[in-house]
Design a protein around this ligand. Structure first.
Ligand SMILES: Nc1ncnc2c1ncn2[C@@H]1O[C@H](COP(=O)(O)OP(=O)(O)OP(=O)(O)O)[C@@H](O)[C@H]1O
Length: 348
């Protein structure tokens, strides 16, 4: 329904977005995620029509919104926008804010829709208040109600939860998602928070330097990262250098079976998630010297010095940890280790 084809935008001498392709299906909630400056807001602005692409095409339900010789103004796009700071009109009441986008609707219908949205966002009792008389969470809901009022085909949200306290954020997020589902809204939500992205969208679009690195569900990106950047964006890892040979990456912590599309002898790295390291007091386990240990309630994190490994191996476990004379025996769950080739100039 929302189709982005070879869309590109240059901004100054140091940044360019795309060219990129992305399709968003009706009722889908997509999360754009990436570190600050990767181009998330730029992409959102191009979709909204606040900015113009240098090339490429943007279509909504088959209609070209931006493309060679075509540019549809933002107010003609039927696309809603929730800004990071909510941008509510300070001199209008909450009800007037929500009704603002319905100026051309018949009055009775506009009033009915406003009441419905105020009720859905639990703001009916605050309809006559002004924005400054609302808490941050209430203002966020008012901004959401205002953006949804004109029945946009797509709703864009730029860091919509980042101004909220940590405790409140989770609740507002799940309420927002429930409302988007209930109103069958197609939404594109920007965040720089990995955990928020994993728990928010049907699909995530991970961006870096104006490009898309990987698209997939939260589980796909977390469990099958396509490259080191994807892996490290969502998780902590210990990086263990090695060499790819005979179908495995061979390291000081053992050989991790994999199939990399590089010749034998190529340098590679095994990414070991802390949860993949677990205590194993018996058998042929490896031994590490405990460098630090911190109990965090549900889990305990340890850093282990292992002979031949330049960096400490991080372990997170829910199990009882038996440290004997400063040493711990451990194993690594092979399936939870990711391997990537790191070809350098000296490799064949
Ligand atoms: N008008 C402009 N002129 C020149 N460069 C710009 C302009 N607007 C943005 N940029 C640059 O484009 C890059 C992408 O900016 P953008 O705001 O899209 O990133 P972002 O991923 O949304 O970051 P954040 O999470 O910090 O909001 C940044 O390097 C920024 O400095």
């Amino acid at each position: 329904m929302l189709e982005i084809r070879a869309l590109a935008r240059r901004l100054g001498p140091n940044f360019s977005l795309g060219p990129m392709d992305l399709s968003i299906a009706p009722r889908e909630i997509v999360c754009l995620v990436g570190h600050s400056g990767c181009g998330k807001s730029t992409l959102l602005r191009l979709i909204a029509g606040i900015d113009r692409p240098n090339s490429g095409t943007l279509r909504l339900d088959g209609r070209v919104l931006a493309g060679p010789g075509v540019f549809v103004e933002p107010e003609q796009r039927n696309i809603g926008f929730v800004f990071q700071d909510y941008a509510l009109f300070p001199h209008l009441t909450i009800e007037q804010n929500v009704m603002f986008g319905l100026r051309r609707w018949p009055r009775a219908k506009a009033k009915e829709r406003t009441e419905m949205l105020l009720s859905l966002t639990a703001l009916s009792a605050m309809a006559d208040r002004y924005p400054h008389m609302l808490s941050g969470g209430e203002q966020q809901r008012a901004a959401l109600a205002r953006a949804l009022a004109p029945e946009p085909a797509v709703l864009l949200m730029d860091e919509p939860f980042s101004n909220l306290d940590r405790d409140l954020r989770e609740r507002v997020r799940s309420d927002t998602l429930a409302l988007l589902r209930r109103t069958n809204t197609t939404a594109v939500i920007v965040t720089h928070d990995p955990e928020e992205a994993l728990s928010t969208g049907d699909r995530l679009v991970l961006m870096k330097g104006g490009r898309i690195v990987q698209i997939g569900t939260g589980r796909e990106l977390y469990h099958r990262p396509s490259d080191p950047y994807s892996a490290e964006f969502f998780s902590t890892f210990t990086r263990v250098p090695g060499v790819y040979r005979e179908g495995s990456v061979q390291t000081v912590l053992g050989a991790f079976p994999c199939s990399l599309d590089v010749p034998d002898g190529t340098r590679a790295v095994a990414y070991i998630r802390p949860q993949a390291v677990y205590p194993s007091p018996v058998g042929t386990a490896m031994t590490g010297r405990v460098r630090s240990r911190s109990f965090r309630g549900e889990i305990e994190q340890l850093e282990l010095d292992v002979e031949g490994l330049g960096t400490p191996l991080i372990m997170r476990t829910t199990q009882h940890v038996d440290v004997v004379e400063g040493k711990l025996r451990f194993r690594i769950e092979e399936e939870a280790v990711f391997t990537f080739a790191m070809p350098g100039p000296g490799d064949q």
